[in-house]
Design a protein around this ligand. Structure first.
Ligand SMILES: CC(O)(O)CCCCCNCCCN
Ligand SMILES: [Zn+2]
Length: 601
């Protein structure tokens, strides 16, 4: 398995710039690249990457996707004066030429191809190319939306031909629909294109009917084009994660790509004037991390949009940090997706039901009685994530976002409590084997355990033998409940009793919502009646007849995939205001595990 992360950046691409007044294009500035690169240096991330030089894409490589007419027009602009540049630019929707644009665009193409070669040759495992002008709006015969050549589409076509790839996934998390990429591959089943984008029922640019969820691909390509339209602004981390859990990841795992390319636009992040969304930079660490599980980690991230310099550069850093293998930060904030996001997710799942096994049991009956463009949601649904973050409209709002990001990123990078793990161990001798971040805790004193059990848990603990094992669990749990560590691990020969005691202990300690995932057979099903415990039980045989609580879900582990559990957990979880920690219990004898996440008061 290859290792290492490539970073491709060439200052030459900062020479393309707008020479005249154009309020539509004036956000696509050279500083987008230099600011991001500086931030990467500031976090010492550049030095950890394998710096791969960019190169000019050849005319032949550009012709893999574009017409020769388009290439000739682009080439001819190199010697034009400002007036001619302005005239030619006017032939396109939202595009501007500079005398250096053609050269910059060729370098942007070449950077993407260098990245593909570095990954496919095994020189690195993954990487990122910081390029401009961007690419995903440009089409076979036209520039469009700041894009001249479609960098990612050319990279996909190049990878197919040079490496004989049969399945390439393109994930486009830019806030605009990459219609250029869609047009290029919509009849090609070997390229699965996924895009989410601000849409607002076709109100938002480029305002195309074919950007909606029912554009599933054409002919043999049916099912290989997935559009997830956001019909409201203010979408946040929970909406993006739900889109991955319920749309992209199930299909991507089924597609099983040999290479993953990302049209990585960060205008879907908080503070961006175009996107007006609320997702914070750390969400891109999670999105990147999920995609690293595909294609044996062969992941090429190529920059598209992103116009709030601070938000853009922090998101770029979160992406590269994750590509390098750093742990992803704790998810914070709203956990449940908003109604509008759920509607879009359901619509696109229904549209793709005929093409993907993971969707074949989808219940699409809702489509009959719910207009698919339900404006009912406009009235009732104020997206919760817009409440706490203002919409970015003008300069002082931009500064407000800067301030928010300063504080937010500090919490992300230096969380409290630090990611520390508590563990109890059999012998002091093995203590030195544990990594420094693990805090060894002494088992709880047996008299203390007895007093606790007789007072509150006598109905759960039948044999004295169990008392012994409770000591280590309670010691670890106490460190978590009192915020001294973030998570912990304890071993127990009687996992289900330990879990039952731990759950009741956590609720007694004042937690309002506790999630428990228990793998294996469970002698006693803990009481979830008070609604403060959500129990997900993965077991051999359904045990739901033992309890009819809606907070107890039992799944047969033969059918369940992790992504499904993750999405189930997210869908069922309510609002969590603060961080929550987790304990991990395992029984050495029966290997039945349970992971419990406790929420802070
Ligand atoms: C790479 C990218 O997707 O970020 C480019 C976005 C272009 C936005 C053009 N807006 C035009 C608005 C016209 N009323
Ligand atoms: Zn964009």
């Amino acid at each position: 398995m290859a290792s290492g992360t490539a970073l491709i950046y060439d200052e030459e691409m900062t020479s393309h710039k707008l020479l005249w007044n154009d309020p539509i294009c004036d956000i696509e500035v050279p500083e987008r690249l230099s600011f991001s690169y500086e931030q990467l240096k500031c976090y010492h991330l550049v030095e950890r990457c394998v710096c791969v030089p960019a190169r000019e894409g050849s005319e032949e490589e550009i012709l893999l996707v574009h017409s020769s007419e388009h290439l000739e027009v682009a080439k001819s602009t190199q010697t034009m004066n400002e007036e001619e540049l302005k005239r030619v630019s006017g032939n396109y929707d939202a595009f501007f030429f500079h005398p250096s644009t053609y050269r910059c665009a060729r370098i942007a193409v070449g950077a993407g191809l260098q990245l593909v070669d570095s990954v496919m040759s095994g020189k690195v495992c993954n990487g990122m190319a910081l390029v401009r002008p961007p690419g995903h709006h440009s089409q076979r015969n036209a520039a469009n939306g700041f894009c001249l050549f479609n960098n990612v589409a050319i990279a996909a076509e190049y990878a197919k031909r040079k490496y004989g790839l049969q399945r390439i996934l393109i994930v486009d998390w830019d806030v605009h629909h990459g219609q250029g990429t869609q047009y290029i591959f919509e009849e090609d089943p070997s390229v699965l294109y996924f895009s989410w984008h601000r849409y607002e029922h076709q109100e938002f640019w480029p305002s195309l009917k074919e950007s909606d969820y029912d554009a599933v691909g054409l002919g043999r390509g049916k099912g290989s084009n997935i559009n997830l339209p956001w019909n409201k602004v203010g979408m946040g981390n929970s909406d993006y994660l739900a889109a991955f859990f319920h749309v992209l990841l199930p299909v991507a795992f089924e597609f099983d790509p040999e290479l993953v390319l990302v049209s990585s636009g960060y205008d879907s992040g908080i503070g961006d004037p175009e996107g007006q969304m609320n997702a914070t930079p750390d969400v891109f660490a999670h999105l990147t991390h999920f995609l690293m599980q595909l294609a044996n980690g062969k992941l090429c991230v190529i920059l598209e949009g992103g116009y709030h310099l601070k938000s853009l550069s922090e998101s770029v850093c979160m992406t590269v940090k994750t590509l390098l293998g750093d742990p992803v930060p704790q998810i914070t904030g709203e956990m449940a997706p908003c109604l509008s996001a759920i509607e879009s997710i359901q619509n696109v799942r229904a549209a793709h039901k005929p093409y993907w096994k993971c969707l074949m049991y989808e219940d699409t009956s809702f489509l009959q009685n719910l207009s698919t463009k339900s404006h009912l949601l406009e009235k009732v649904n104020t997206n919760p994530s817009t409440e706490h973050e203002s919409k970015i409209t003008n300069k002082d709002e931009m500064v407000k976002v800067e301030r928010f990001l300063e504080l937010h990123m500090k919490n992300i990078l230096f969380p409290v409590p630090p990611i520390k793990t508590a563990a109890t161990i059999e012998s002091e001798a093995s203590a030195h084997l544990l990594p420094l971040s693990v805090r060894v805790v002494k088992e709880m004193d047996m008299n203390e355990v007895k007093a606790l059990v007789s007072a509150f848990y006598a109905d759960l603990v039948k044999e004295d033998e169990t008392l012994l094992s409770l000591g280590s669990m309670l010691a670890v749990l106490d460190k978590i409940l009192t915020k001294q560590v973030c998570n912990g691990i304890a071993e127990s020969p009687t996992a289900s009793v330990s879990v039952a005691v731990a759950l009741r202990h956590s609720v007694r300690f004042g937690f309002q919502r506790v999630l428990c995932i228990f793998v294996g057979d469970m002698e006693i099903i803990p009481n979830t009646e008070d609604g403060r415990i959500l129990m997900i039980h993965i077991c051999e045989k359904q045990q739901s007849e033992k309890t009819n609580s809606k907070h107890y879900i039992s799944l047969n582990w033969k059918e369940v995939r992790f992504t499904f559990i993750r999405s189930l957990v997210y869908v069922r979880m309510h609002r969590f205001e603060e961080n929550f920690s987790s304990c991990y219990f395992s029984s050495s004898r029966r290997q039945s595990h349970s992971v419990k996440r406790v929420r802070r008061r």
